[in-house]
Design a protein around this ligand. Structure first.
Ligand code: CMC
Length: 334
């Protein structure tokens, strides 16, 4: 654990790098407003290499440290910019005198006219979400970051690849998919039993998004904390939302249903995080970028560990199980 001095230096080093080259705005401008923020963020993160050439040097610990503080400082700015661009708001640089999450919510939500005062419940919930999402072993995006980095590619492109992997609906994209599913159930008349039956029907590709986990077969411990944070946020902000009633009904039915119980399918972290983001007024396409912001320090720590341990290049092997001998059939005879 860092000493007070080391921690303060780390904070200050991050703050000192919170500017993003103005030319990055031109790249952002090139994207249509309708572009998915995860694609935009993956591209912008990779584009940052061009503005920070030394960030690709993975043989110098000093350059690695500089790359780490740069991406930690600039990624929240890029995330907030991506959000503001969708809403047609001017791009904001935040305020370095604020703490990380306070600064981030200000960059996201401050309107061009007037002051922005953050609500403690919102900051507290976001802090919890970011911390709980920070690292989680060899999930799809983290192993992607490691494998890209194992070729000695620099930090920014390794993170860019991690963002792409996180985007998928079976991984980080599940938080967006959960809310879209709940909204679809509402539009369809709110019959949760019908969708439970669809999820159990082997001839139907529908899955209950936000349920199940490759590793957690008892309960996702993060989900317990996030469920409480979601309850606190909803109560504090006085939010009543029919979509949340559907979420509660689905959760209750799934926890009592033999199909889900036998397969050990419990609500995962993505089931509740989307509910909090929705309550905070964050648009659904920004849910997975919020996950990326939380996972960023974990990706970095994994990448750094790999580099410092001088791990060899990642090279998964595969076992060929196809035919041993096939005769060639000319194309006109196929
Ligand atoms: N709804 C309905 N059935 C399910 C679900 C679900 N959400 N998840 C798994 N099953 C069934 C699956 O059909 C299979 O049934 P059977 O044994 O009869 O063939 C059984 O449960 C095991 O499923 P699996 O696909 O082999 O399990 P897995 O460990 O490979 O997959 C998972 C894990 C998270 C990809 C999967 O549960 C899923 O697709 N969940 C929905 C998407 C989701 O919420 N993802 C977020 C994961 S947590 C955070 C993160 O990584 O970002």
């Amino acid at each position: 654990m860092p000493t007070e001095e080391q921690l303060e230096k780390f904070h200050n080093d991050i703050k000192a790098q919170s500017h993003v080259d103005e030319d990055v705005k031109k790249i952002l401008d090139g994207f249509p407003k309708s572009a998915h923020p995860m694609g935009v963020l993956s591209s912008l993160t990779s584009a940052l290499v061009a503005f920070n050439p030394s960030s690709v040097n993975v043989d110098s610990e000093e350059d690695m440290y500089k790359a780490i503080v740069k991406i930690l400082a600039k990624f929240p700015v890029l995330t907030a910019w991506t959000y503001r661009k969708r809403l047609g708001l001017p791009l904001d640089y935040g305020d370095d005198s604020l703490r990380y999450v306070d600064n981030f919510v200000k960059m996201m939500f401050k309107k061009p006219s007037g002051e922005y005062t953050s609500k403690p419940t919102v900051v507290d919930a976001l802090n919890k979400l970011l911390i709980l999402h920070a690292d989680h072993e060899q999930n799809c995006s983290t192993s992607t970051v490691r494998i890209v980095g194992s070729s000695h590619a620099g930090l920014f492109v390794s993170i860019s690849a991690g963002i792409a992997a996180l985007w998928g609906p079976l991984h980080g994209g599940a938080n967006q998919a959960v809310i879209e599913m709940l909204e679809a159930i509402k539009e369809d008349g709110g019959d949760t039993k019908k969708f439970m039956a669809k999820a159990k029907d082997k001839d139907d590709p529908f899955r209950l998004m936000g349920f199940g986990h490759r590793v957690y077969k008892n309960f996702d411990p993060r989900a317990k904390i996030i469920k409480k944070a979601a309850d606190d946020v909803l109560e504090d902000l006085g939010i009543e939302d029919p979509v949340l009633d559907i979420a509660k009904a689905l959760e209750k039915e799934a926890l009592e249903d033999p199909y889900f119980v036998e397969r050990k399918l419990y609500p995962n972290v993505d089931f509740y995080s989307g509910i909090i983001y929705r309550a905070l007024g964050i648009p659904v396409e920004m849910f997975t970028p919020m996950f990326a912001l939380g996972r960023l320090p974990g990706w970095i720590a994994q990448w750094r560990e790999m580099r410092l341990q001088k791990e060899p290049i990642g090279r998964p092997r595969q076992i060929y199980v196809g035919a041993n001998l096939r005769s060639f059939v000319p194309i006109e005879k196929r």
